[in-house]
Design a protein around this ligand. Structure first.
Ligand SMILES: Nc1ncnc2c1ncn2[C@@H]1O[C@H](COP(=O)(O)OP(=O)(O)OP(=O)(O)O)[C@@H](O)[C@H]1O
Ligand SMILES: [Zn+2]
Length: 532
């Protein structure tokens, strides 16, 4: 009987279109793509949502400064995002733009639910506003001469206006209660603690409308106000759930994929996702997303890289110089997900050469050459089970395979890379120790076959383990091992993940014809991009 696949829906933030994407936006999106690819390889039905947040004062002002209409500006920048995602191999299923005409009915219907619940009222808003965050800041959090702690280059602005408010305070206890019962919902745990202590300090209602600002949707019950950009942006996740030809109703949007399993975001927008958003959903009577993971910042000289500060690294140039797998691998391996990390081009080159060119690429290359020399260019004809459980490579591989899925599910990408690479390193050591070239000279062909099989099978497993992170490289390795180029990406994954599971020892078919050895990862040259 065919099994029904599990469903997994996840999102990146919808990025502001105040400027083209930078390496920080790429970082989150790469991580989300890795997770999506992992679940697809498990045979699950996956929906990866990314997109752009296009309303609000920040966008209106940026467009004005550039002499463009806001829509023209958004169209251009949204295209830039899509272009980068394509270059980085991001396999997104939906690109949600908050200026999409289907978004407005969803926002209106959601607003109506919250309105009917009595959670929206008119009040007076006073406070310090950071346009770059599109958020009111508490006086005690400001730095220097009233500057936002994240956007230290621009002072916050004083606001005193009549706005509609959302009754966030009403949900304080419900949120605490929910997070006590579902502690896994906010990750990593340091972020959970941060959110909990913020809630415990007391939640204040927040304004969800703006006056004198018309780049957004009007409040349905009072069109002289514009809906606050964050209220509309968070709902972009819901609009994204609609099928392309579906009528845009809230009911349709929520029917198949809701609740979303995972929001991957940076820690700058944690409160929106772990406080405002769940409270809005509670008000609308909807179940909450499974998890919010707030990762750390890529920093430059200790400050968050960002479009507003302009201290960023151009991801287009990075991909152009080094290729998408290199960029993906570096950020997943080098920065522990959840913590901050600085970028260094020298380190970038060092890690890629050490891991992918030497430990993995060379291992495959030298072993393939031996297989051509000693085994007629075929996977050695041995029964994989003859390599018993105590075989050193098999033993290590099976230990890693025992928990790699949990490692991915916990978003421990750096650990996954380390573990996969430890298998490649063990393969190199094993082949050096065994010296099959001497055994061949002594006529011990059976032993040679066994050794080469063990190493090639280990390389296959490393490629499989890393496939969500370096999809092109893994596909190339599979191809060298005699599989179709597309084996890991366009096969009927749901089928083969159950029929010929790739995450087991001994799947490499004896006698399968190998490809001619070719380097799968070119060594990178010295830094070219950033002066260090
Ligand atoms: N330096 C960074 N490190 C890690 N992630 C980042 C970084 N900058 C942006 N991001 C990602 O982008 C999200 C914020 O998107 P946004 O469009 O506000 O980009 P931004 O560059 O931070 O903009 P701005 O500098 O104008 O605030 C973060 O939550 C995170 O997912
Ligand atoms: Zn700010």
């Amino acid at each position: 009987m065919p099994t029904v696949p599990n469903r997994f829906a996840l999102t990146t933030p919808l990025y502001y279109v105040n400027a083209l994407p930078h390496v920080g936006s790429a970082y989150t999106t790469i991580a989300a793509d890795v997770v999506a690819r992992f679940y697809r390889l498990q045979g699950d039905e996956v929906l990866l949502i990314t997109g752009t947040d296009e309303h609000g004062q920040k966008i209106q002002r940026t467009a004005e400064a550039l002499g463009r209409s806001p829509q023209e500006h958004c169209d251009r920048v949204a295209e830039g995002f899509q272009d980068l995602w394509q270059k980085l191999g991001i396999s997104y299923d939906r690109f949600s733009r908050t200026t999409d005409e289907r978004h407005r009915p969803i926002v209106n219907q959601f607003f109506q639910r919250v309105w009917d619940k009595g959670d929206i009222y008119l009040g007076q808003q006073q406070g310090w506003y950071c346009v770059d965050c599109e958020e009111f800041k508490e006086e005690r959090d400001l730095v220097g001469d009233r500057h936002c702690p994240i956007h230290t280059n621009r002072p916050v602005e004083w606001r005193d206006e009549r706005n509609y408010f959302f009754r966030l305070s009403k949900y304080q206890d419900a949120l605490l209660d929910y997070y006590a019962k579902h502690p896994e919902t906010i990750q990593p745990s340091s972020r959970r603690n941060e959110v909990l202590s913020f809630i415990e300090r007391g939640l204040e209602d927040f304004s969800i409308s703006r006056v004198n600002m018309d780049w957004g949707f009007p409040i349905p019950t009072d069109p002289s106000h514009t809906i606050y950009v964050w209220f509309d942006a968070l709902l972009g996740y819901v609009t994204a759930l609609l099928e392309p030809d579906q009528e845009p109703t809230l009911e349709n949007a929520l029917a198949h994929w809701w609740p979303i399993n995972l929001h991957i975001i940076g820690k700058d927008i944690l409160r929106f996702h772990a406080i405002s958003w769940p409270a809005m959903l509670m008000s609308a009577g909807l179940p909450l997303p499974g998890q919010v993971f707030g990762h750390g910042f890529l920093t430059k000289d200790g400050l968050k890289m960002g479009k507003s500060l302009g201290n960023t690294l151009d991801p287009f140039a990075l991909v152009e110089s080094y290729g998408s797998d290199a960029v993906r691998y570096y950020f997943m391996k080098e920065v522990e997900f959840g913590r901050d990390g600085d970028f260094s081009e020298t380190r970038f080159i060092h890690i890629l050469n050490a891991d992918l060119a030497n430990d993995l690429g060379n291992l495959l290359n030298r072993t393939l050459k031996m297989a051509w020399k000693y085994c007629d260019g075929k996977v050695p004809t041995v029964n994989p089970q003859e390599l018993g459980p105590e075989h050193p490579l098999r033993e290590l591989a099976e230990t890693i395979l025992g928990d790699y899925a949990a490692t991915y599910k916990n978003l421990e990408f750096h650990r996954l890379c380390q573990r996969a690479l430890s298998l490649a390193r063990a393969g190199n050591k094993y082949i050096d120790d065994q010296a099959p070239w001497s055994l061949y000279k002594q006529g011990q062909t059976e032993a040679v076959s066994q050794i080469l099989y063990g190493v090639l099978e280990s390389v296959r497993l490393v490629a499989y383990l890393l496939a969500p992170i370096v999809p092109q490289l893994s596909s190339q390795i599979y191809q060298q091992l005699g599989y179709d180029r597309e084996f890991l990406t366009t096969q009927d994954l749901a089928y083969w993940s159950t029929q010929t599971p790739q995450d087991r020892w001994g799947q490499l078919k004896p006698s399968q014809v190998l490809a001619q050895p070719q380097p799968v990862f070119q060594k990178l040259q010295s830094p070219t991009l950033v002066a260090e």
